[in-house]
Design a protein around this ligand. Sequence first.
Ligand SMILES: CC(C)(COP(=O)(O)OP(=O)(O)OC[C@H]1O[C@@H](n2cnc3c(N)ncnc32)[C@H](O)[C@@H]1OP(=O)(O)O)[C@@H](O)C(=O)NCCC(=O)NCCS
Length: 228
Amino acid sequence: MKRVLIIGAGGHAQVVADILLRMHETGADMIPIGFLDDNPHLLGEERLGLPVLGPLAAIDAFEYDAVIIGIGDNRTRRMIYERLTMCGKSFVVARHPSAIVAPDAMIGAGTVIAARAIVNAGAQIGVNVILNSGCIVEHHNYIGAHAHIAPGATLGGTVTVGEGALAGIGATVLPQCTIGAWSVVGGGAVVTSDVADGLVVSGIPARPHGIMRRHVRQLAPRVYRGLG
Ligand SMILES: CC(C)(COP(=O)(O)OP(=O)(O)OC[C@H]1O[C@@H](n2cnc3c(N)ncnc32)[C@H](O)[C@@H]1OP(=O)(O)O)[C@@H](O)C(=O)NCCC(=O)NCCS
């Protein structure tokens, strides 16, 4: 039985814990054993019956077989993924039993596929991606590493989503469009043509949104201590 540590203990981490618990209940050969989080106030608390064990820097004090990152912010998630990978940690894929994934879809290590997400034929999903609740990733999509397809977002066939990009809640991306690396598609937007790297778009049809204040803040990722 693979023992899995979840990095982070916030809202998304609890979603990941729930997915892993349901996988365990339905026969998967893995079980979540707790969370690591740098917030000292969380130490000893429980989430979904699982303990917050300590900070990330203490990871090697625990007995575990694999990790998964439960942090929604794409840049922070990438930073931790790269550090853990450099330290030789192994990642699991968290796939909710209600998700529908085509048998030939390729899913990268550390990716989270939430409840009722659909991943269709020929899709390629990178490492450390979030495919959130009820999103639709149509056939032959390519989703780059560390991207996040938010709840209810729909990507038409042959869409490309660059590394670290966010397709916001309920966004629609028409077939064959490309969302550039680290771009943000606002909630509810409809993307009808390619979006350049690093751009924020919103509206119907999606147009450049200007400087996104939250995105600017995200450029300074939350600092996780430890692991160099
Ligand atoms: C589009 C977005 C990136 C803009 O962020 P922001 O620049 O911080 O935006 P603000 O909240 O400061 O709003 C700025 C203006 O844009 C409008 N706006 C915000 N989001 C919008 C959206 N999705 N579509 C249309 N207009 C939007 C606001 O109403 C506001 O308008 P106003 O100036 O006329 O009052 C953000 O609102 C968004 O949609 N993010 C996606 C979040 C998401 O889905 N996360 C996944 C979580 S699981």
